[in-house]
Unconditional design. Structure first.
Length: 393
């Protein structure tokens, strides 16, 4: 009987429901008014903060190009070398790059991701035949049992190449900035400036939207029909919206007069105080981006900055506080790395006497040290960063 079938079906206990997705128990709730931040991974930060933001682009280029342009010298405790295999390698590290291009890439990756990687390609002699900069976003460190890196994995195009750091000479030189919460990777200035970059980019997008609206604030169309009727029919509403979109929105319709039919009245809305402060908010965000990277806002042409008395003083502070520490960090790491190959303790360092921004400071230091009669010539050379003279001299 049909009824017996229904009774049997009703007596069978229902199977418990089960989510098809492992994350099905997670429910996302969205509310209006929340702040939307850009992703904080290295690739997204480089895209939004360097490729998509003029201030971030300029500060990174300014630091990287200034640091890469510094002349370098090679010396040990006894002498300063004019000719040396290390200098030849640095002058032409590979077939596609010179010294400035190689180091600009190193400084750029260091500023954008906090990490820079140099690969040593074996050559005919002790030193590497070529040096190449590897993209930081493609590199992954493989820690050993003691926490030190035993290998580096470089992934590109679905394939991964492993650089073994335990067999023989180290093929990778990993340069990183200080990170208080990570043992293996550095912390970039771009991460510290991420909030300011989002604010600056959002302000630019707001300005673009305002220009698309003929650089005028929005307003309201008020309808008052016959006998106090205050509601449009559906056809009237659709026709009004279509005419507004076609004839009164966008830059091409800027300044076009609006023709309102009977019962329609335009009520313009002026700028609020928060709208008037929008440009100042953008300038403040630009200043924060420059400060996070260590670039005086005066060098960026950002108005309202009076930290330094003049441009020359700001430029000197930029080299002394930002460029030189960065170059000394990188050259010290590269020198130690190449010394492992050559079995020779040589030091690669910037030539402070050939930096125009520091010429006044160096002149004063040379005069002050030269006038110190209580110092021996050897002590004066040490204070000036010069190698010791041999006993024959």
């Amino acid at each position: 009987m049909v009824f017996d079938f229904l009774k049997r079906a009703a007596s069978v206990p229902e199977a418990p429901e089960k989510k098809a997705s492992a994350t099905g128990r997670v429910v996302a709730w969205g509310t209006s008014g929340r702040v939307a931040w850009s992703p904080r991974d290295a690739v997204s930060l480089a895209r939004t903060g360097f490729q998509g933001n003029p201030i971030g682009f300029r500060v990174v280029k300014l630091i990287a190009e200034a640091a890469a342009a510094l002349p370098l010298i090679l010396q040990d405790h006894e002498r300063r070398y004019e000719q040396h295999p290390v200098l030849d390698l640095i002058r032409r590290p590979n077939g596609a790059q010179g010294r400035a291009e190689l180091f600009e890439a190193v400084y750029g990756h260091l500023l954008l991701s906090g990490n820079a990687y140099l690969e040593a390609v074996p050559g005919a002699g002790k030193l590497p035949g070529e040096l190449h900069v590897l993209r930081a976003d493609r590199m992954a460190l493989v820690p050993g049992a003691d926490g030190w890196p035993v290998a580096y994995d470089y992934s590109v195009g679905g394939r991964t190449h492993r650089f073994d750091m335990t067999a023989g000479l180290p093929p990778i030189c990993h340069i990183k900035t200080f990170h208080p919460q990570d043992d293996h990777y550095g912390f970039s200035p771009l991460q510290a400036a991420a909030v300011a970059i989002d604010v600056h980019s959002s302000a630019s997008a707001w300005s673009k939207a305002l220009l698309d609206n003929a650089a005028r604030p929005s307003g309201a169309i008020v309808y008052k029909g016959a006998d106090g009727q205050g509601q449009l029919t559906e056809d009237q509403y659709d026709r009004l919206v279509g005419e507004m979109e076609a004839h009164h929105q966008g830059a091409r319709n800027a300044g076009r007069p609006m023709l309102l039919e009977g019962g329609l009245d335009w009520k313009p809305m002026g700028f609020s105080p928060s709208d008037m402060e929008f440009q100042k908010t953008k300038e403040s965000a630009a200043r924060e981006i420059a400060i996070a990277f260590g670039v005086p806002p005066m060098l960026m042409g950002i108005p309202g900055d009076a930290t330094y008395a003049n441009y020359q003083e700001a430029n000197r502070a930029f080299y002394r506080l930002t460029v030189l520490p960065l170059v000394q960090r990188v050259t010290a790491s590269v020198s130690h790395w190449l010394s492992v190959f050559s079995d020779e303790a040589v030091e690669l360092r910037p030539d402070l006497d050939q930096i125009p921004a520091l010429a006044a400071e160096r002149d004063q230091q040379w005069a002050r040290v030269g006038a110190a009669d209580f110092l021996t010539p050897a002590e004066k050379r040490v204070l000036l960063g010069l190698p010791r003279l041999s006993e024959e001299e």
